[in-house]
Ligand binder design. Structure first.
Ligand code: FEO
Ligand code: CA
Ligand code: CA
Length: 664
């Protein structure tokens, strides 16, 4: 069912987001019907076998009561290493509603790049009242999200000079353009938006005096990737009939990438940047005559009629009535070599097509490559891809072919007879199990294009919006941020609240601590919210000592066994701005969530990223002022004399007594 536009305001807010966030981030995805699509064992029977028997749940779907003595919530992945986390050494900040970036005493922030700042050497200065697609194509894009610091020279651990990759996930046209009309955007506005999507590669060097990073405009690597950048499709779906269009009858070439949310870095120094809510750029599903194509488009949420953005008015490829296969060329993980400015980005279809949040890597025991990813929509799945080939440290050409051949798995979470969290990686391989012609799969191309339905058929566990899924480089334990799911009415083993407004973080250990394992054990790290809420859980740490946290999204590890958690949705759920929080993963401080940073009004906190020496922290401030307009902005950060500008900031110690590393 599609909801009428007029009914949306009555529904208020979804999942801790403002309605404008829902509109531009995912085209009101949460407001559409979300049937539980999985063939999993129903939650109630899982609970009856495990949770309820152990007294975890008081009544079906009611408040969760966790005790530290139970296997499902006890334990520490890091403890398996015999190492103790020391915990962060800073004074946590109080939750904030201030229209600024707030950091702890002894720290300071600086703005590195703002939306519109020139990135290419010949790009013009930003002029809010005279924007153009040509200018934007050379300038820093909108809504910065994933951030990766890549040292120079490559394969070094130099923190003084490097490249920074930044995703530009989406645009907020009513904040970008004076007098924007969503009913009749202009062709120029649409093309500025298209050029403001994608990513930026920027050269930076550290200012020795302040410690902040400075942008180097004549750095030879600076590059903008946008909605028209030529890209290749590789892997099992490349060339498939579903990927062919009138412009590309080969099904192997595509212009641009869209809605790149989070990402990761490969062991060979390339970027993985992931297309998330790609459905929102396409229109007119109701006019598609091929039933199979229409069903595939429905599963990812392509609108029956006009899109919110209305790009289809000016570019026929966004109109599936005219170009029904164009959406199959989006929803992929894109590999980009930041050290090669001539590199043609490659959409790696072997990793599956869905609303990818990020893609993070770890080598298996035999040096193959595992890539973890989540599908960020309510009731969707967590995935892992394991390559056939092995990483070779000194063979870049070989490594650049690794992500085209391997096994895609989807995660199932259960509870065993003893109440322990156990899990299984279920292979999504054509011809195995239900993935056969009888069920509509004629090839591995069909499996990766329709990865969600393949996951349904094998019995994957529907999750509460998987955001970052990331293995710790120190311990190998894997962490998944589940942002929220206000549509959930039936909890399941790994998603214990219905509805789940605050989100949670789960932790698992691959069996044998091998990223190639097909079984694992899991437990909750955090069940988020106001600590006064009895359904919250902070790894057993005393609740009165933790900072409130909700809507966990992006993750980062430091070298002191701490997990950094960026949030997306605290303003609605907790009543204060989004944030960076730090939580020790081991030792006595495990679960001691402390807030480190707060972003301006209306913004989402993204990144985070640290330089190798951990002296510089990056924060991407995404969509400040979202929910307002350019004429009456709710935020004026960072310039104070213009509408807000999404920006990349660096945080350093202003007072280095006690050390220069962040959080020490
Ligand atoms: Fe773009 Fe899943 O946040
Ligand atoms: Ca995200
Ligand atoms: Ca998010």
């Amino acid at each position: 069912m599609e909801l009428g536009r007029s009914s949306l305001p009555l529904l208020g807010q979804a999942g801790g987001r403002s309605l404008q966030t829902c509109r531009w981030k995912c085209a009101y995805d949460c407001f559409h019907d979300k049937p539980n699509r999985s063939g999993n064992e129903p939650f109630t029977s899982v609970v009856e076998r495990g949770l309820t028997r152990r007294g975890f749940l008081k009544g079906a779907g009611a408040a969760l009561v966790l005790t530290a003595a139970t296997p499902l919530v006890g334990g520490s992945a890091a403890a398996q290493t015999g190492r103790n986390g020391r915990g962060p050494g800073f004074e946590p900040i109080a939750p904030s509603m201030v229209d600024d970036v707030i950091v702890p005493d002894g720290y300071e922030y600086g703005v590195l790049l703002r939306w519109g700042d020139p990135v290419l050497p010949d790009a013009p200065a930003w002029d809010f009242n005279n924007q153009s697609p040509e200018a934007q194509a050379g300038q820093f894009g909108y809504n910065c999200d994933f951030v990766a610091f890549m040292p120079l020279p490559s394969r070094s651990s130099n923190s003084g000079r490097g490249l920074v990759w930044v995703n530009h996930e989406y645009t907020n046209p009513e904040v970008m353009f004076p007098g924007y009309s969503s009913d009749s955007p202009t062709a120029a506005q649409v093309d500025i938006e298209r050029m403001a999507h994608g990513g930026s590669i920027v050269t930076v060097k550290r200012d020795r005096r302040t410690g902040h990073m400075q942008f180097v405009q004549d750095g030879g690597w600076n590059r903008r990737i946008h909605a028209e950048t030529p890209m290749e499709l590789t892997g099992p779906a490349a060339g498939d009939a579903l990927l062919r269009t009138s412009v590309d009858p080969t099904g192997t070439q595509v212009a641009g990438m869209l809605n790149n949310c989070a990402g990761g870095v490969t062991p060979w120094g390339t970027i993985l940047t992931c297309e998330e809510n790609f459905h929102q750029y396409f229109a007119n599903r109701a006019a598609v005559s091929d039933d199979r194509v229409a069903d595939l488009h429905a599963r990812v949420g392509i609108p029956e009629g006009a899109s919110e953005r209305k790009w289809e008015l000016f570019h026929s490829r966004y109109d599936v009535a005219q170009e029904p296969n164009e959406p199959f060329r989006f929803g992929w993980t894109v590999e980009i070599d930041p050290y090669d400015p001539t590199f043609t980005p490659r959409k790696r279809t072997a990793l599956g097509r869905y609303k990818h949040e990020g893609a993070t890597t770890r080598l298996t025991a035999d040096k193959r490559v595992a890539v973890y990813s989540g599908d960020d929509e309510v009731f969707e799945y967590i995935y892992k891809f394991v390559t056939v080939g092995r990483y070779r440290r000194n063979d870049r050409a070989h490594n650049l072919g690794l992500l085209d051949e391997g096994t895609l798995y989807v995660a199932r979470f259960d509870i065993d007879e003893d109440g322990n969290g156990v899990g299984e990686w279920l292979p999504l391989v054509f011809g195995e199990g239900p993935l056969t012609p009888e069920n509509g799969f004629a090839s591995q191309a069909d499996v990766v294009i329709d990865a969600r339905r393949a996951g349904d058929l094998v019995g994957a566990t529907p999750m509460d919006r998987p955001e970052d899924v990331e293995p710790s480089p120190l311990t190998g334990a894997v962490y998944a941020a589940l942002t929220n799911n206000t549509s959930r009415t039936e909890p399941n083993a790994a998603n214990p609240r219905s509805p789940n407004r605050g989100g949670h973080v789960i932790e698992w250990n691959e069996d044998g601590n091998d990223a190639a394992a097909t079984t694992f054990t899991w437990r909750f790290l955090l069940i988020c919210g106001d600590p006064d809420d009895p359904t919250t859980y902070f790894a057993g740490f005393p609740k009165e000592l933790v900072s409130p946290i909700s809507s966990p999204d992006n993750l980062l590890f430091d070298r002191r066994y701490n997990l950094w958690i960026a949030t997306d949705g605290q303003p609605t759920f907790l009543g204060h701005n989004d944030a960076f929080h730090v939580v020790p993963l081991s030792g006595d401080s495990r679960g001691h969530v402390q807030q480190f940073l707060s972003v301006p009004v209306g913004a989402e906190a993204c990144g985070p990223e640290l330089t190798p020496d951990e002296q510089t922290l990056f924060c991407a401030v995404q969509h400040p002022g979202e929910g307002s307009t350019a004429a009456s902005p709710s935020s004026t950060w960072p310039d104070r004399r213009s509408p807000p500008r999404p920006s990349l900031v660096t945080v350093v110690k202003a007072d280095p007594r006690g050390g220069v590393r962040i959080g020490t």
